[in-house]
Design a protein around this ligand. Structure first.
Ligand SMILES: C[S@@+](CC[C@H](N)C(=O)[O-])C[C@H]1O[C@@H](n2cnc3c(N)ncnc32)[C@H](O)[C@@H]1O
Length: 351
């Protein structure tokens, strides 16, 4: 077999980048957890000064800074031997709540990777792996990664893209947020629409506990409730809006979940479904965003669905056609793509 050495070199070049990125995920988690990025956001510092500011070990910090500078996550000035963050790096790495805040994504990724041994075995047996069976950093990382996007888009763009929903919520409406996780989306909606009432449901009890605590801290406990319930049979009736953020594809039986939304929705109500951005065909998802989503889907979304009744295993790159099919089979007559971002598709379903 004749090897094309140029192609091999190009592929190995890509591998070096990927290997560095894989290790860099751990570096970001360390920098985030220890406040190294926040401490770097001011004046440039030496490694010893950063260690002193953050009560950390100087030698480890020196090595971490070198790794970060080589990654392009930290700036290094060889003339002074000092390290710092550019405005953009500080915005993305040290500003919790900025729309570009990324450490939560690496917290999520490193937590998901802890399930590689379980998933290796699951590939052999076909067993599922529930959301609740992952390292708990997955739940926190998901909240921290998703919340900035919801804060930037949910009330300003996504809800206004739904027919008549923003006006209803402003007047006072009843809303269910199903598969709410830590309740980031529920709390943001409650802050934007104080006349409305919200209930968040999730099958994962520790997430519901955390959501309740977050609602109390946010001061929206008067209009938000969180309960443990499965999407297939959460209680209630006549909701004006049912929302599902990044979870329909995770469910074992999304058609049963859709039917339950239909049952609990007011006759003129709206179901908002937020899903990861995906095209219908595999070949159209072979890009950097699809790469991220397919990998998360292999480790988290698809095995969660496999672990539940139905085991439909839509995956995180289901695409519009498959979601439309689920929605129609659940009893909805109308379905459309309301809006989108590079990372999300926002659908509107009506009875
Ligand atoms: C990727 S997380 C998204 C959490 C939240 N919606 C957000 O956007 O931050 C998926 C969530 O779906 C929940 N979930 C999975 N299967 C479920 C089911 N059958 N019923 C209710 N919740 C479910 C998980 O517990 C998890 O909180």
């Amino acid at each position: 077999m004749a090897l094309d050495m140029q192609k091999l070199d190009a592929f190995l070049g890509r591998f070096v980048g990927d290997l560095g990125a894989t290790f860099n995920a751990g570096m970001v988690v360390i920098g985030d957890q220890l406040g190294l990025y926040k401490a770097l956001a001011g004046e440039p510092v030496s490694a010893a000064e950063l260690a002193s500011k953050t009560s950390t070990d100087s030698r480890y910090v020196e090595e971490w800074l070198a790794a970060q500078a080589a990654s392009g996550y930290v700036e290094y000035d060889a003339a002074t031997g000092r390290f710092g963050l550019s405005e953009e790096q500080a915005y993305a790495l040290a500003t919790e709540g900025s729309p570009a805040f990324i450490p939560g994504a690496f917290q999520l990724a490193t937590a998901a990777l802890k399930s590689v041994p379980k998933m290796t075995e699951a590939f052999r047996t076909g067993a599922g792996l529930g959301w609740h069976e992952h390292d708990q950093a997955l739940f926190h990382g998901t909240e921290r990664f998703f919340r900035p996007g919801y804060a930037a888009k949910l009330a300003s763009t996504w809800i206004p893209a739904l027919d008549g929903v923003a006006a209803k919520l402003a007047r006072g409406a009843c809303v269910a947020d199903v598969g709410c996780g830590h309740g980031a989306s529920t709390i943001l909606m409650a802050q934007a629409y104080p006349a409305s009432r919200f209930v968040g449901f999730d099958y994962h009890a520790p997430s519901i506990e955390r959501a309740r605590a977050c609602a109390a801290v946010a001061g929206v406990g008067d209009r938000v409730r969180f309960d443990v319930a499965d999407a297939d049979d959460y209680p209630g009736a006549a909701f004006d809006l049912v929302a599902m953020f990044d979870c329909l594809h995770d469910m074992g039986d999304p058609v049963a979940a859709a039917a339950n939304v239909r049952r609990t929705l007011a006759p003129d109500g709206t179901w908002m479904i937020v899903e990861p951005f995906a095209n219908d065909r595999l070949e159209d998802n072979l890009n950097p965003v699809g790469r991220v989503f397919y990998a998360v889907s292999t480790l988290v979304c698809t095995p969660n669905s496999r672990s539940q009744h139905g085991a439909m295993c839509l995956g995180a790159q289901a695409g519009e056609s498959r979601i439309r099919d689920v929605v129609h089979r659940g009893g909805f007559a109308r379905f459309r793509r309301a809006t989108q971002t590079p990372f999300n598709l926002v659908y509107e379903a009506r009875p």
